[in-house]
Design a protein around this ligand. Structure first.
Ligand code: 5GP
Ligand code: MN
Length: 340
């Protein structure tokens, strides 16, 4: 669709199908007589935690029996109320409706086995989503899965409260980098505005979302001492090694922030962050302009969005660095950048 004044950011093709699916999901959830289990992706971020808490609270308000097996990162624990989360489920209860949020494929979905669900609903905004489930509602034009959850709640009989709106808004805030990333469309700001109007303590929420354990800042110092600018300075790259973690402790639960910081190094098109996890290495990639973090991560066996993607590589840090740089070089050449 060509850009116009009324549609400056979003490709709205498929919007009608999307609205039909949202209504279908809201109806299925409202009519479901058995338990409803909500799960999301491994290493849950603000969108995974926010989307699932918001939907769980909305369903609980409708009198549904819900379970949310989830371990949030430390900086998001403040969102959770007492007894709201369950441990991982080894088996699903009988006649269970499973809702999978913000997870691009079945392998990334954690918290419960997917195979024995009576019915599975997949709600996600990753273009690389495999469209698994009995209803797969995938809308890459949405900045956050939390926006899609907002649409589901709007389409249901639930009355919005600040307790439901706060985690929902959190998903939007975190997946847009506090409304700074290119996915911050007029619709995103309108949704955020509507959610704030439900009674969210906005200033307190954004303040709380930035608060990190002191070890996070100690780790940040070490991370920044690893920074390098390979491929003619077009890439900013940093790492967390096993040694650094031994020294500081397991406080690196928000590498999203570290990669988010180095992506602003002048002259760079790409930020690559490597995290040594013993038997494998986690890669986070952020890009600007036409350069695709997604293309690089697909090459490494992962996925994600065009501007923000990740991969889990079964190799040590050195080998992963080599592969990530090879994939970055390929993508930069594809986009017409000159490299030595
Ligand atoms: P992050 O770098 O913050 O972990 O992830 C950025 C984006 O890439 C997120 O949308 C996330 O879902 C996706 N992503 C991260 N790691 C992986 C991975 O190992 N496989 C796939 N398919 N996607 C990933
Ligand atoms: Mn998301």
């Amino acid at each position: 669709m060509p850009m116009s004044m009324t549609q400056p950011f979003i490709d709205n093709s498929g919007e009608k199908d999307y609205q039909t699916k949202i209504q279908q999901i809201a109806t299925t959830l409202s009519n479901w007589q058995g338990p409803i289990v909500l799960i999301s992706h491994v290493d849950p971020d603000g969108d995974a935690v926010g989307s699932s808490l918001a939907l769980k609270r909305a369903l609980a308000a409708l009198g549904k029996e819900t379970k949310l097996p989830l371990v949030p990162p430390r900086f998001l624990e403040f969102l959770v109320q007492e007894n709201e989360l369950s441990p991982e489920l080894k088996v699903l209860p009988d006649n269970c409706l499973l809702v999978v949020l913000d997870a691009a494929d079945e392998a990334r979905a954690v918290g419960a086995p997917l195979s024995s669900a009576a019915f599975t609903i997949n709600v996600d905004h990753h273009g690389t989503n495999t469209r698994f489930g009995d209803i797969a509602c995938v809308q890459p034009s949405r900045a956050a899965t939390a926006q899609m959850v907002k649409d589901i709640i709007d389409a249901s009989r639930t009355t919005w409260t600040a307790e439901i709106a706060t985690p929902c808004l959190t998903g939007i805030i975190t997946d847009t980098g506090n409304f700074r990333f290119g996915n911050t469309s007029p619709d995103v700001l309108a949704d955020a505005s509507e959610l704030i109007a439900k009674g969210v303590a906005y200033a307190e929420l954004v303040d709380q979302l930035q608060i990190r354990h002191p070890d996070y800042f100690r780790m940040l110092g070490k991370v920044m001492s690893t920074i390098e600018f390979p491929l003619n300075g077009l890439v900013a790259m940093a790492r967390i090694t096993g040694e650094m973690r031994d020294e500081i402790g397991p406080s690196d639960d928000d590498s999203d922030d570290y990669v988010g910081l180095i992506r602003y190094a002048e002259g760079t098109q790409l930020a690559i962050f490597l995290k040594d996890r013993g038997d494998h290495t986690k890669v986070s990639v952020r890009s600007r302009g036409k350069v695709s973090a997604q293309a690089i991560c697909l090459e490494l066996g992962g996925g994600g969005h065009v501007a923000a993607a990740g991969a889990t590589v079964q190799a040590d840090l050195g080998e992963t660095r080599r592969r990530a740089l090879a994939a970055a070089k390929k993508e930069l050449l594809r986009q017409g950048f000159k490299l030595d």
